[in-house]
Ligand binder design. Structure first.
Ligand code: MEV
Length: 437
C-alpha cells in the first residue's frame, strides 16, 4: 500500500541515514544501498564536490561518456565528447562527421550572442505616466547595478539595453522591463537574474518615492531571465556536390538522394508531428555536447523548441537548399552556452571536455554543439529516406539486449557475428542464445 505520510527533515539526515531510509522503500534494500555505495567516486573529496552540486545526493547516476572523432568545423578538427545513453547517437554523429570531413567539414557562424531578462510588474497608473518617467528609471537602474556589472563590463559585456514593454492588451495593468545582456563566455543566468532583481528594487523604490506616482500601485510580480534567446543564434551547414554517381548512398543516385532528403526535411517543416521527432534527432547531438561540457541542456532545448515555433507553427530547425549542383544542409539554432562559470570548470569531466575541445569560447562551443546536432540530423534523415532507421538502430541496441539476457563475453561475440546478417529483436536474440547455450 502507498504510504502517504509526509517525510520531514530528510535533508538534515546524513548520507548513510538517507540511504537507509530510501532503501527501506525497496524490495531489496541491500541491493539498492550497495549499488549506491558502488557509484561513489573513489576520491572522497571529489565525491563531496558532486554531493554539493545538488541537495539530497546519495549517489551518482552513470551516463556513457563517448567520443565522436573527425568533426572538422571551420577548418579545425575536433574530437567531440558526447554524454548520451542512446545506443546509436555517437555512431551516427561519427559517421556523418567522417563523411563531411572528406567534403570540407562543417561551416559555422554565430549570428548573435544577446541574452534577455524581464521584470514583470503590474501598475495601475497607465502607460503614459510610466513612459514619461522611464528614461529616469532606466538611468537609475544602470547606476544601481554598477557594482554588479563592473566585472562583466571589464570583460566587454554588460547590459545592452533596458526597455519598457506595454503588455496591457494581454493582461490589464501588466508591463515588463525587458533588458538585453551580453554575458561574454558565461551562460549568464546568475548575472542576469542579479541585475533584474536590482532593476526591480529600483522600480519599486521609484514608485514609492516619486510624487508623480503617488496614489497608484506598482507591484513587481517576478524578475527572471528568459531562456528564449532568439538573438543568441548559431548557423551551421554542410555542403556537397551533386554528381552523376553515388556520393551519398549506394542505392540512390545523388540526384535521387538529395531529392528524397530534401522532401524528408520539408515534411518536418510542414508537419509538427514529424518536426518534433526531427528536432529531437538534432538535440540528440546538441544535448550530448551540452551535457559533456557542464551546460544547461534544459535551457538549450526549451529555447530551441520555442525558436522552432517562432513563425506560429512548430517546424524543423534545419533546412535544405539545392542550387545547381550544390546540396546544402543548414541548421539554425539558438543556444545560450557558457565556457566559464556554472559547472563548466567544477565538474572534472566537463572541464576536461572543454580542454579536449581546445578551451573554446562560448561562440565556438555553440558552433561545436550545433555541428553535433546537424551531424545527427543528417544521419537520421539519411537513414530514414534510404534504408530505414531500425536496421542500424537495432544493431547498436544488440549489446543492450544481450545484457538483458546476461550474455557472457563469448556469447556476445557469437551474437554480434550472427546478427550481422539477421534482424535484431528481443525474441531473435533470446532464441539465438537458446541455441548456443
Ligand atoms: C532517435 O533518437 C532520433 C530519430 O528519431 C530522429 C529522426 O527521426 O529524425 C531517428
Amino acid at each position: 500500500m502507498n504510504d502517504k505520510r509526509i517525510t520531514t527533515g530528510f535533508s538534515r539526515l546524513d548520507k548513510a541515514q538517507k540511504i537507509n531510509l530510501v532503501s527501506s522503500q525497496l524490495t531489496d534494500p541491500t541491493l539498492f544501498s550497495n549499488t549506491l555505495y558502488a557509484s561513489w567516486h573513489s576520491d572522497p573529496a571529489v565525491q563531496k564536490m558532486y554531493d554539493e552540486f545538488s541537495e539530497n545526493t546519495i549517489g551518482n547516476f552513470y551516463f556513457p561518456y563517448g567520443i565522436a572523432p573527425n568533426f572538422l568545423i571551420n577548418g579545425r578538427m575536433y574530437m567531440l565528447p558526447l554524454v548520451i545513453e542512446e545506443s546509436s547517437v555517437v555512431a551516427a554523429a561519427s559517421g556523418a562527421a567522417k563523411f563531411w570531413a572528406e567534403r570540407g567539414g562543417f561551416h559555422s557562424e554565430v549570428i548573435g550572442l544577446e541574452k534577455i531578462g524581464q521584470v514583470h510588474f503590474t501598475w495601475n497608473g497607465g502607460y503614459a505616466l510610466l513612459k514619461t518617467h522611464f528614461p529616469e528609471i532606466r538611468s537609475l537602474m544602470l547606476a544601481h547595478t554598477e557594482r554588479t556589472t563592473a566585472n562583466m563590463m571589464k570583460r566587454g559585456g554588460g547590459i545592452l539595453d533596458i526597455e519598457l514593454v506595454d503588455m496591457t492588451d494581454k493582461i490589464p495593468d501588466y508591463y515588463q522591463v525587458k533588458a538585453t545582456f551580453d554575458t561574454r563566455d558565461s551562460m549568464g543566468a546568475n548575472f542576469i537574474n542579479s541585475c533584474l532583481e536590482e532593476f526591480a528594487d529600483t522600480l519599486r523604490d521609484f514608485a514609492t518615492s516619486n510624487e508623480a506616482f503617488a496614489g497608484y500601485n506598482l507591484q513587481v510580480i517576478m524578475s527572471i531571465l528568459s531562456n528564449y534567446t532568439p538573438n543568441c543564434v548559431v548557423r551551421t551547414w554542410v555542403e556537397g556536390e551533386i554528381k552523376d554517381g553515388h556520393t551519398y548512398d549506394d542505392f540512390y543516385t545523388d540526384r535521387e538522394f538529395v531529392k528524397r532528403f530534401e522532401t524528408g526535411v520539408r515534411i518536418a517543416q510542414v508537419d509538427k508531428y514529424r518536426a518534433t521527432t526531427h528536432n529531437k534527432g538534432i538535440y540528440n547531438g546538441i544535448d550530448a555536447v551540452v551535457l559533456a561540457t557542464g551546460n544547461d541542456f534544459r535551457a538549450v532545448e526549451a529555447c530551441g523548441h520555442a525558436y522552432a515555433s517562432r513563425n506560429g507553427e512548430y517546424c524543423s530547425l534545419s533546412r535544405v537548399e539545392i542550387t545547381g549542383n550544390t546540396f546544402r544542409f543548414i541548421l539554425e539554432v539558438p543556444m545560450a552556452l557558457g565556457t566559464v562559470g556554472g559547472l563548466t570548470h567544477l565538474h572534472p569531466l566537463a572541464k576536461l571536455s572543454l580542454e579536449l575541445l581546445g578551451n573554446p569560447d562560448a561562440a565556438q562551443l555553440m558552433m561545436i554543439a550545433s555541428a553535433a546536432g546537424l551531424a545527427n540530423n543528417y544521419s537520421a534523415v539519411k537513414s530514414l529516406v534510404t534504408k530505414g532507421i531500425q536496421k542500424g538502430h537495432m544493431k547498436m541496441h544488440l549489446l543492450n539486449i544481450l545484457n538483458v539476457y546476461l550474455a557472457t563475453d563469448d556469447e556476445k561475440i557469437l551474437a554480434v557475428e550472427h546478427f550481422k546478417h539477421e534482424k535484431v529483436s528481443h525474441t531473435a536474440v533470446n532464441n539465438f542464445l537458446g541455441t548456443i547455450r
